[in-house]
Design a protein around this ligand. Structure first.
Ligand code: ZN
Length: 268
């Protein structure tokens, strides 16, 4: 709290001379403690998407058509990125030119974090690439699940999506992963409080055949939403069991299980 107060004082004192980027830096500092789920919820709360933007499910998962709403878009088809004979998975990316250098460095740090922990190597788009991630600031934070073919948008809005946790979260979607709370075994770990979910949003808690790779349910996964996700009344929509007081959904970066799961899926 003390830190926050000093940040606020500093912001007030120098606000008149601050460039836009400095303000963004301070906003990030103040949000450092927010979990990935809270950041995504905040960024995607009042979306007003352009007509060419995809339908989103589960808050931040893009789908190509209504028909994909109930299918698991990754396990029902080949969604993995190709592995090269040297054992590495090279995934081309293109970063739109509307980001500041500070924003690009957050995105790049997220992209590069994968190569130190797995065989996944994101690399800049080159002429002749057939499939790549197009990282753009659209309306909100979102990604498709798994490889789509051609250019696939990963939206990291300049308004609220440029954090290490949100970058890693959206990249894990693009690599084929879904949300922790939709795992088929989640009822053993999370009790969904259906009566507290916003009307029409219950489908966000449908269980699906996620790519668990033998790893345990992980409350600290960067893919786990927090206790009040999609709440219509401020009450919890998810309660951990058997101990309802256990902290969950507070990740600010990939967990050990997230990394293990990735390495097993791609056989790194
Ligand atoms: Zn997500």
């Amino acid at each position: 709290m003390l830190v926050f107060s000093w940040s606020l004082v500093a912001l007030l004192l120098v606000s008149s001379s601050l460039a836009e980027e400095d303000v963004a830096t301070m906003e990030e500092d103040m949000s450092r403690e927010l979990s990935v789920g809270e950041l995504l919820e905040r960024a995607n709360r009042d979306r007003n998407p352009d007509l060419d933007e995809p339908i989103l499910i589960e808050g931040d998962i893009a789908i190509k058509s209504e028909a994909d709403r109930n299918a698991d878009p990754c396990t029902s088809r080949n969604c993995l990125w190709r592995k090269w004979t040297n054992g590495k998975v090279y995934i081309p990316y293109y970063i739109a030119n509307h980001y500041s250098s500070r924003e690009i460095s957050i995105i790049t740090r997220g992209l590069e974090s994968f190569s130190s922990m797995s065989c996944i190597h994101f690399r800049p788009y080159q002429n002749g690439d057939n499939e790549w991630l197009s990282i753009e600031s659209r309306d909100g934070c979102y990604s498709y699940v798994g490889r789509q073919g051609g250019a696939q948008t990963v939206s990291l809005s300049r308004q609220g999506c440029l954090y290490h946790s949100t970058v890693q979260h959206e990249l894990l979607h693009a690599l084929g992963f879904n949300h922790e709370q939709t795992r088929s075994d989640r009822d053993s770990y999370i009790s969904v409080q259906w009566e507290n979910i916003i009307d029409g949003m219950a489908y966000n808690f449908n269980k699906i055949a996620t790519l668990n790779q033998g790893t345990p349910y992980d409350y600290n996964s960067v893919m786990q939403y927090e206790r009040y996700a999609f709440s219509k009344n401020g009450r919890a929509t998810m309660v951990p069991i058997p101990n309802s007081n256990v902290s969950f959904g507070q990740a600010t970066q990939m967990s050990k299980n997230d990394i293990d799961r990735l390495n097993r899926l791609y056989q790194c």
